[in-house]
Design a protein around this ligand. Sequence first.
Ligand code: ZN
Length: 433
Amino acid sequence: MRLYTGFLVHPLPQGGLEYLLDGALVVSDFGQIVFMGARADALCDYADIPEEHCENAVILPGMVDTHVHLPQYEAAAIGTGELLNWLNTYIFPLEARFADEEYAHIQSQRFFYDAVRLGTTTMSVYCSSHRRATDIAFEAAFHAGLRVCMGKTMMDNNAPENILYSPDENINDSLALAKAWHGAGNGRLQYTLTPRFAGSCSRELLKKTGETAHAEGLRIQTHLSENPSELRFIAELFPEHASYTDVYHAYGLLTDKTIMAHSIYLSSQEKSLLKAHNCAIAHCPCSNRFLQSGVMALRQMLNEGLRIGLGSDVAGGSSLSMFNEAKEAAESSKTWNILHRAQEMPTVGAEEALWLATLGGARALGLDEVIGNFTVGKDADFIVCDLNEILPQKSSFVSPENIISRLVYGAHPHVVSKTVVQGKVVYQKQNSR
Ligand SMILES: [Zn+2]
């Protein structure tokens, strides 16, 4: 067993954060939380366990990235233009490179190493469309030690020939990968059926994806309602359907294990469909700005009871840092208000943004029984953040709320000093002060 002590931040199921200034976390040899509470109590009840005291630090649940593209990492922060042109110009040629196994291996290792270094412990990942490259990505995730819900991106339409596969090839490859990896690594690795979006999938592929998800009980991840040109494109491709969401509904892709990225321009009928099927949304505010896609009405959608997590959407988003994404979630809720003065809503603050990046993400992925906060019985997925990186010495603003605000708004790239998944240290900063 291990005993960690210091300033603990525990996201609450009903919303909000609980602060334990002199707190303790006891982790079993199996990587589960067996105690969370006051340090004094832990020192008494677990007197025989050596204490690891995190001085001038904050212990948070690991960050959950609900939407990210591994093969796009090399394009992060590069390129201009809006979604459809950007995909054709920068992204499809890059994803085609994953036919090269050595390249896929190097990129996958770097991607997961950078994620844990930035404090992300769980990711919902789109791989390239290649079966072997997806296999390599799972191997890399296994060795990096983090938690993933991941799949090969399925496409059979409207992209370069060299990254397209037939519906049967896509489904058979996905099933083979799921058989090899779903539940591996003590449950850390899970397979997600990953049709890119309705624009790159035929009706046959969408139908087979829906059938497979139901038969196998697998998660689905895809994109929905991101950009005005994309909406026109989908309406032209599927004129028989009332809406973009209705396309997915018709082919059985709306399930309680489905996570839709973006979802900016939804009608009330579409939101009702998502709610009726208990689908989740990956809100990707950095990407929404980088690709000029739009500003999602986050507060309104939270008020409507939609299940929402945050996604970096690298490389639409330019960083794997979920602190950065939390900041942008807060800022874009203000931008929405600026654009809709007459319907102003309460903005999302730093604490709520952090909640969305942790327990909110866990809920969106259906993993909140396992991760997302420090409830006893959950897996010990957490990070230690070094406050020396974000607060000046003798700062007069050291309330818990201000520390969270500094973490979200001013996260230094080296703020994470330790990342732990299922009780195992998967990243430790060298020369930690
Ligand atoms: Zn995306």
